[in-house]
Write a protein that binds this ligand. Structure first.
Ligand code: QAP
Ligand code: CO
Length: 168
């Protein structure tokens, strides 16, 4: 197992569109285990491969209370089941320290491959639905800050750039 480096906004590599995984093999399963370890260590509730600079359609999530229910989604497809809007104060491991309210559909259906390459479907609502949509956005090069005003996004970008310069 290994801890992976998480890219931070406004790193342009976060804008890369991920390709589908062709074979769910041991390479992919090792990546998934490293992503889960990295997410739990952060700690976070979701991580997309894009965030660790791997541009393949892989997501890990755990929104359970005891952080003991890891979920894996490979090549996920999302359909909206209920357009009713759900507001949630979202954060992101790639935008550390910033949280903003984002509005998304509250009930979706997700079809994906599991860590054995088997197709499954789930119909999450609420926080899990929000989290899956947030992570699928990453695979498309999209971030939650893209949903807030330009002025807020610029303010976040400037503060993070300053922190990143101080660290370098
Ligand atoms: C995505 O985000 C998410 O700013 C997952 O300093 C979050 O795990 C989807 C984190 C909320 C829906 C709702 C953020 C950790 C973790 C930070 C995360 C931070 C440390 C974010
Ligand atoms: Co994120």
């Amino acid at each position: 197992m290994a801890l992976l480096h998480i890219l931070e906004f406004p790193d342009p590599r976060l804008r890369t569109v991920a390709k589908p995984v062709e074979n769910v093999d041991d390479r992919v399963r090792t990546l998934i285990d490293d992503m889960l370890e990295t997410m739990y260590e952060a700690p976070g509730i979701g991580l997309a491969a894009t965030q660790i600079n791997v541009h393949e359609q892989i997501i890990v999530i755990d929104t359970s209370e005891n952080s003991d229910e890891p979920l894996v989604f490979i090549n996920p497809k999302v359909e909206v089941l209920d357009e009713t809007k759900f507001d949630y104060e979202e954060g992101c491991l790639s935008v550390p320290g910033f949280y903003e309210e984002v509005t998304r559909p509250q009930h979706v259906r997700v079809t994906a491959l599991d860590r054995n390459g088997k197709t499954f479907t789930c119909e999450p609502e609420g926080l899990l639905a929000v989290c899956i949509q947030h992570e699928i956005d990453h695979l498309q090069g999209k971030l939650f800050v893209d949903y807030v005003s330009n002025i807020k996004r610029q303010r976040i970008r400037k503060k993070l750039e300053k922190q990143q310069r101080a660290r370098a």
